[in-house]
Design a protein around this ligand. Structure first.
Ligand code: MN
Length: 201
């Protein structure tokens, strides 16, 4: 049983003007699809590993045969990250979190505005390609960034992702070119806080 590319939960132009249709088309249809294909290729001789979820595969990379460890890290990581990423966004977004997430963000970061500034800053500072995350670690909220397609659930991070933004150039270059800070700022307009807060609670 092969891993499959999940459909986008909205049309490719739904997040315009903040994320353009062409970027979404290539990001989902080419980049995410490539992670899925590469994962299937990496596991073609490992039916036992094909039976696991992509999340379970990356949770304990040390348990994998060495020959597939790096391709699984990169491609199951890419599959898990993007599958989550599409759901974290919605046309029109929702302006801010509510409930326990809002309270915990204020308690940890001072205010929602301060949280956004710190998250953008961590995304700007991620050198090269990677992700910026709001995670829960040891019961507390934290902002972290990871390189490449690493996900916070990998053992070395030991955290649960709440929210994540893709800061690979492929996520923004067509529309924003080198202006990663502008992309990070615009991204707040499409975040699905209703869903994020609900999952957090
Ligand atoms: Mn990406």
């Amino acid at each position: 049983m092969a891993f499959e590319l999940p459909p986008l939960p909205y049309p490719t132009n739904a997040l315009e003007p903040h994320i353009d249709a062409k970027t979404m088309e290539i990001h989902h249809g080419k980049h995410h699809a490539a992670y899925v294909n590469n994962l299937n290729n990496a596991l073609k001789d490992h039916p036992d590993l094909q039976a696991k979820s992509a999340t379970d595969l990356i949770r304990d990379l040390a348990a994998l045969p060495e020959a597939v460890r790096t391709p699984v890290r990169n491609n199951a990581g890419g599959h898990v990250n993007h599958s989550l990423f599409w759901t974290l966004m919605t046309p029109g977004g929702s302006s801010s979190p509510a409930g326990k997430l809002a309270t915990d963000i204020d308690a940890k970061f001072g205010s929602f505005a301060d949280f956004k500034t710190k998250f953008e800053d961590a995304g700007v500072k991620r050198f090269g390609s990677g992700w910026v995350w709001l995670v829960k670690k040891g019961g507390a909220l934290e902002i972290i960034s990871t390189p490449n397609q690493d996900n916070p659930i990998m053992a070395e991070y030991g955290a649960t992702p709440i929210l994540g933004n893709d800061v690979w150039e492929h996520a923004y270059y067509l529309n924003y070119q080198n202006r990663r800070p502008d992309y990070l700022k615009a991204w707040w307009n499409v975040v699905n806080w209703d869903l994020v807060a609900k999952q957090y609670a």
